[in-house]
Design a protein around this ligand. Sequence first.
Ligand code: FE2
Ligand code: FE2
Length: 184
Amino acid sequence: MYGIEILERDHRNIVHFTDCLEEEALKILQGQEINLDYLRESIRFIRLFCDKYHHQKEEDLLFKRMVFEIGDLAKKLIHNGMLVEHNLARSYVLKLEESLEAYEKSPEDIHRLNILSYIMAYVHLLRDHANRENVAVYPFGENHLSQEGKDWVDEETRKFEEDPQTKALYEEFASFIEENPYRA
Ligand SMILES: [Fe+2]
Ligand SMILES: [Fe+2]
């Protein structure tokens, strides 16, 4: 199913990004100065790529159709599981941003600790979340959606992917993205 293949490709890019973020956290732990520019750019990537681009496709297309067609079981899995985790990820990023601001004003150890904590909270959450979707949620959707439902998700995903804004997003964040479908 094209819509799911695209979401899985997003996951590979997101997990690659979490590996880079973890490396940055390790450097901070080992005493390197905090690279505020890199972390702020990471927050922009999280908000525009991981959240707006990827989570929006899940929430508005695949998950929406699963809740509409499959009913209570899908609703429980998505509303009480996946959407709760999307919101938790958003809250960790907000906390990371606040910790960076606090550190910039006053570079104390407590702010360094908070920065490391929220980076790693986000990294672990997103890795586990992507894995849960790959092994449980997406296969559940693919096995229970009607052909019409799958075709609708695929078609809407295609439109989303072909939007010039999507290509611009890949270009803007090329350094964070490993599998770039638009790379020459
Ligand atoms: Fe998700
Ligand atoms: Fe996802």
